[in-house]
Design a protein around this ligand. Structure first.
Ligand SMILES: Nc1nc2c(ncn2[C@@H]2O[C@H](COP(=O)(O)OP(=O)(O)OP(=O)(O)O)[C@@H](O)[C@H]2O)c(=O)[nH]1
Ligand SMILES: [Mg+2]
Length: 687
């Protein structure tokens, strides 16, 4: 649905501190320099080639220019995620941040330095019927769990909350609100009111009947918000995702947060300095423990609230490290200390919002840590540096350059090299035919059959490779799952033998997660090497075809195989299961059981029911999505090669009065020189 598309564009609020926003992004410069260099080469290549080559080069150019790395912010409730996102964007009032209302939706901010402010736009998606029904009819994951465990009281509590929630939504949105499910609302402007209506829940709104009736408060049923915002002073496009705090009783949002982490390469975990990571936050640690340390950044916010930062910060850092080690978290993740409050004061120029003692205390700590340079531009810069935001930018710059950035350069350079290889083959064919008019014509009639043969072989090799790998994965998961259940049940029986039934037994599911993670890693390695084999073989087949069809005598001529797909982190392993929650339901369940046999079989059943969905998701959608991205990469390669080969064949077929005669000797020589130069430059991008 398109809402109010005629509303005139409103420019985003602007802040006159462009220099602050670039501090810390210096680390991106080498990547951006390389990206520009590659883009220039693509422009040159496009000019040398025919129309189709030019189009292909422009497409690659666009991919480089608009590549958008993304980062997801997750964390404790009220840690200051939203305030920090606003600070990082440089727009302190963009997203509503307060004690009340609270964020209830994943908001993706797409920041782009290349699009004009008139193009700012917003898109809000609502839960679909199924998600909503799952939440309401069954009370989300907690409800499912409670009913499985027979925890009637918990179930009743969940039901009450659900009824209340449904009533509130009805009040806010009218009786027909369920009709909105599954829909989306689009706007071609962005402002605070609009965002608040879709992404925040809060008690303040309850009495606000006027807003409810006239405009609709959609936050209950909003699942995601996408905001497209112009940001001139950013070195490249960037997506920042804000998520609701991790403490959601219904846990439907846990799944959504997990999905949001999957969608970004980098995850920033926001904690509040005065409630640093403790065992209460195990759900949070579980979510990140399956992400590589290097792709997790831990941010401890609200340091302006510490009375003695110089002494407290090292203690907080040590305690976080210890918690990560104790609970199998990403132990080497970088830890950064921030104050969104200082950042936003710097951005708005309200430097007196922070009292001098706080500034002095923070400065003393910051000097020690090397956060402050010898010379400062002024109060704004001091506060901005103390805020830690430039340190976050610097960390992001490093991760982007070495991760997504490097892969992007590599992928685009390979495609560009293949375009150049095609042009090179074309030139060889043309110049040889020009040199000897009596050569017999090329046997181009076979081209279609040869192409089809390569394509068919490649697709079926890739497909077979994944069939085998996924099958192995499946078996391994099955084995791990079974052995975990056996071990857990064994330990339960042993407990009963030693301690009897009165003492509650607890079992840590970390073992299961480690087994599944290992199975996944093995699968990832096999999937990648299988895909690589197929891609390399296909590239060789193409190179042989070039030689055969066009009678190339250049020994060094080859075709670049595209890179095998990246294996994303298995974030979903972190989702909360019954064994993670040692709450009252467990002790009640325990005390209701009598007799060994009951304990053992029922326990095995409940744990199997809890863990089955994770196993199914891993071997199902998760493995499939990797298969699909490998297939996509292969298909793109096949169609790229088909295009290039068809172009050469077409040129060669026009001989002898085709291309050769269109160009005089000089310009042909010039083109050869230009192509050689472009190829030399592309060679330097090889990883
Ligand atoms: N003193 C201080 N207060 C902060 C800081 N960052 C955020 N706050 C305050 O903390 C409260 C919560 O901030 P939010 O940014 O809404 O926190 P959040 O993590 O997004 O909260 P939820 O989305 O509801 O989980 C607000 O009142 C902020 O003004 C900070 O660095 N220092
Ligand atoms: Mg928030």
């Amino acid at each position: 649905m398109n809402v109010d598309t005629k509303i005139t564009a409103e420019s985003s609020p602007s802040v006159g501190q462009p220099d602050l926003l670039s501090l810390g992004f210096e680390g991106l410069e080498p990547f951006i320099g390389r990206s520009k260099e590659l883009r220039q080469t693509l422009v040159r290549l496009g000019k040398i080639g025919d129309k189709a080559t030019n189009r292909a080069a422009r497409k690659l150019h666009h991919q480089l220019k608009h590549a958008e790395p993304s980062v997801t912010m997750i964390g404790q409730v009220k840690a200051g995620k939203t305030s920090l996102v606003n600070a990082m964007v440089g727009l302190p009032d963009l997203l509503p941040a307060d004690v009340n209302p609270w964020t209830s939706v994943v908001t993706s901010l797409h920041l782009n330095p290349h699009t004009p402010p008139e193009d700012n736009k917003a898109r809000f998606r609502f839960f679909d019927m199924e998600e909503w029904a799952r939440l309401l009819d069954r009370g989300g994951r907690i409800g499912e769990l409670a009913s499985r465990a027979g925890a009637e009281d918990e179930l009743e509590k969940v039901r009450e909350q659900v009824v209340e929630m449904r009533e509130k939504s009805r009040q806010r949105l009218g009786d027909k609100f369920e009709m909105l499910l599954g829909q989306q609302h689009d706007y071609n402007y962005i402002d605070g009111d609009l965002i608040e209506r879709y992404v925040c829940l809060g008690d303040d709104f309850e009495d606000d009947h006027e807003t409810s009736q006239s405009m609709g408060r959609f936050a209950d049923i909003t699942k995601s918000a996408e905001l497209y915002v112009n940001r001139n002073n950013l070195p490249m496009p960037l997506c920042i995702r804000d998520t609701p705090g991790v403490n959601d009783t219904f846990m439907i949002r846990e799944q959504i947060t997990i999905r949001a982490i999957r969608e970004s390469r980098i995850c920033i975990v926001v904690l509040a300095a005065h409630q640093a990571l403790s065992s209460v936050d195990l759900a949070l640690i579980r979510m990140i423990s399956n992400v590589k340390s290097r792709e997790v950044i831990i941010v401890v916010n609200r340091v302006d609230e510490l009375s003695d930062p110089k002494a407290q910060i090292p203690e907080i850092r040590d305690s976080i490290r210890q918690t990560l080690i104790d609970h199998d978290g990403p132990r080497d993740a970088e830890i950064i200390f921030t104050s969104a409050f200082c950042a936003n004061a710097a951005l708005t120029g309200r430097t007196d919002a922070i009292d001098e003692t706080t500034i002095a205390a923070l400065s003393e700590w910051a000097k020690e840590e090397g956060y402050l340079p010898d010379r400062l531009g002024g109060m704004e810069e001091l506060l901005w540096r103390l805020s830690g935001v430039p340190t976050i930018y610097a960390a992001l710059s490093g991760r982007i350059s070495e991760g997504m950035g490097q892969e992007l350069l590599d992928r685009v350079a390979k495609s560009a090299m293949n375009l150049a290889n095609g042009l090179n083959a074309q030139q060889q064919v043309v110049s040889r035919r020009e040199g000897d008019e009596n050569l017999p014509p090329l046997e181009l009639g076979q081209l279609e059959a040869e192409l089809a043969k390569i394509e068919k072989a490649a697709m079926s090799a890739m497909s077979n490779s994944f069939d085998t790998t996924i099958d192995d994965f499946d078996k391994r998961l099955e084995r791990s799952h079974r052995s975990f259940l056996e071990r857990a049940t064994g330990s339960l029986l042993q407990h009963l033998d030693t301690n009897g039934e009165d003492e509650i037994w607890e079992y840590d599911p970390t073992g299961l997660r480690i087994l599944m993670r290992t199975a996944y890693q093995v699968f990832g390695r096999n999937a990648q090497s299988g895909a690589k084999k197929v891609l390399t073989k296909t590239a060789e087949d193409y190179a042989a075809l070039y030689h055969r069809l066009f009678e190339l005598d250049d020994e060094g001529f080859g075709i670049e195989a595209p890179t095998a797909p990246r294996i994303p982190s298995p974030v979903l392993l972190g989702q909360t299961i019954a064994l993670d929650m040692k709450g009252t339901w467990w002790s009640r369940w325990w005390h209701k059981r009598r007799g060994y046999r009951n304990f053992a079989t029922e326990f095995a059943e409940i744990i199997k029911a809890e863990t089955d969905p994770i196993v199914d998701a891993l071997r199902g959608p998760h493995a499939q999505s990797i298969r699909e991205s490998a297939m996509d990469a292969l298909e793109a390669f096949l169609s790229e090669q088909r295009g290039i080969l068809a172009r050469i064949a077409e040129q060669a077929a026009r001989e002898p009065d085709g291309v050769g005669s269109m160009l005089d000797e000089n310009s042909a020589a010039m083109k050869r020189a230009q192509l050689k130069q472009a190829m030399d430059s592309l060679t330097s991008f090889a990883a």
